[in-house]
Unconditional design. Sequence first.
Length: 83
Amino acid sequence: MKEFREKVFSVVSKISKGKVLTYKEVARRAGKPNAYRAVGNVLNTNFNPEIPCHRVIRSNGKTGGYNRGVEMKRALLKKEGAM
């Protein structure tokens, strides 16, 4: 699990400002294409501001969860031009 967690954080840390990836795409890039729910669980534990987990959204275009609150996630995405 630790290896997957590190891969998720690595993938997410490379998402450019104003861009987003889906949980499913992060899972694919981390080497476990069906582990998109696990990606959400990993990101829920992130409190490192250098890992922009707010840039990961649901496949249907909705924001999904965020450990600092969904409103904060929407505000950050809007500020970055991703919404």
